[in-house]
Ligand binder design. Structure first.
Ligand code: GH3
Ligand code: MG
Ligand code: MG
Ligand code: MG
Length: 307
């Protein structure tokens, strides 16, 4: 949630990030075949409140990375029995990109190509053993902050700051490439201008957020987004047009039954919904069809689903 008074999402995110100097509870995975090295790194990291996980080889590390969520940094040795650190890095990068976690390669090898090999494989940084304590923490902190900055930027680029749903841009990113077997619905709050005029913009905002929450609870497994103003889009897959129409009508009734208490008295509102489904059609075509049905729903007196 980004407060209205902040000049922009970007500045707000940056301010929050500057405030967080230490990262308590941030998960770091240490991969090294030497238990003594793992123990040493654990002690160092725990002094800075990191939460440390350990793996004795690449295979164990890959298992942990597939299972655990929220690991922000991997510190990996190069020479280990089985898969080496460089190969492990390129394997990790097939399923976790730079916005998910940073990787720092560590090695005592004198091989002058080691840094380049780690970075080409997808590592973000490299440390030569034995390393200086100060340098170690500079690099750890810098890389964790970088991942967090990327994640915060990605979130503010994808999410609607008012209601937290995906925005229009992220919606199209998520549906990119879909060609068949889905249905699309466009939902628009009825006479929303009157809500704003009669109850004020803040109450209008609350109506938008309440609508978003109900949308989420009625379509938990589908792609939903706030397209703009008081308009939302739902994409359900696989396509089941009659089922989708029923679910949309349930949502419509649930919204009509909501009663929002405000300083100016109780507020009720309704929505109109247009839905389109096709075995084979691009998203643009389906959205246009759903929009036409929405227009029909408005024309027929609002508070209804057409499709
Ligand atoms: P209809 O039933 O035909 O859809 O009528 P309507 O009044 O809902 O339609 P209209 O498109 O004329 O009004 C939409 C209003 O939504 C206009 C705009 O000021 C308001 N609006 C857009 N974004 C926001 C927002 O983020 N918060 C609030 N409170 N109002 C918004
Ligand atoms: Mg080793
Ligand atoms: Mg409207
Ligand atoms: Mg509208």
């Amino acid at each position: 949630y980004i407060p209205k008074e902040s000049p922009s999402a970007f500045e707000y995110v940056m301010k929050m990030l500057r405030r967080i100097r230490i990262n308590p509870g941030i998960k770091v995975l240490v991969v090294d075949d030497s238990q003594a090295v793992r123990q040493f790194l654990r002690l160092q990291l725990e002094r800075h409140l990191y939460q440390v996980l350990e793996a004795a080889d690449a295979e164990e590390a890959l298992g942990i990375l597939r299972r655990e969520t929220g690991i922000k940094l991997v510190l990996t040795d190069h020479d280990m029995p089985g898969m080496d650190g460089v190969r492990m890095t390129s394997t990790v990068r097939r399923f976790l990109d730079h916005t998910r976690l940073a990787i720092i390669g560590i090695s005592g090898s004198q091989d002058p190509t080691m840094t380049a090999r780690f970075i080409k494989a997808g590592a973000d940084d490299y440390l030569q053993k034995p390393f200086n304590y100060e340098e170690f923490f500079c690099r750890v902190t810098r890389n964790v902050e970088f991942v967090e900055n990327l994640q915060a930027l990605q979130e503010s680029a994808n999410k609607d700051p008012l209601c937290g749903l995906s925005n229009r841009r992220h919606f199209f990113e998520q549906v990119d490439g879909l060609r068949h077997n889905y249905s699309v619905a466009v939902l628009d709050i009825d006479l929303f201008k009157r809500i704003n005029d009669g109850f004020g913009h803040d109450i209008g905002d609350r109506v938008i957020c309440q609508t978003a929450r109900l949308l989420e609870s009625f379509f938990p497994d589908d792609i939903i987004a706030r397209f703009g103003g008081e308009e939302f889009v739902i994409l359900a897959q696989p396509m089941d047009a009659p089922g989708m129409l029923r679910q949309l009508d349930k949502l419509r009734r649930a919204l009509a039954n909501l009663c929002i208490s405000t300083p100016l008295g109780d507020l009720r509102f309704t929505v109109s919904i247009g839905m389109a489904a096709a075995e084979e059609a691009d998203i643009g075509t389906l959205l246009k069809q759903a929009d036409n049905y929405l227009y029909q729903a408005k024309h027929n007196g609002r508070n209804q689903v057409c499709g």
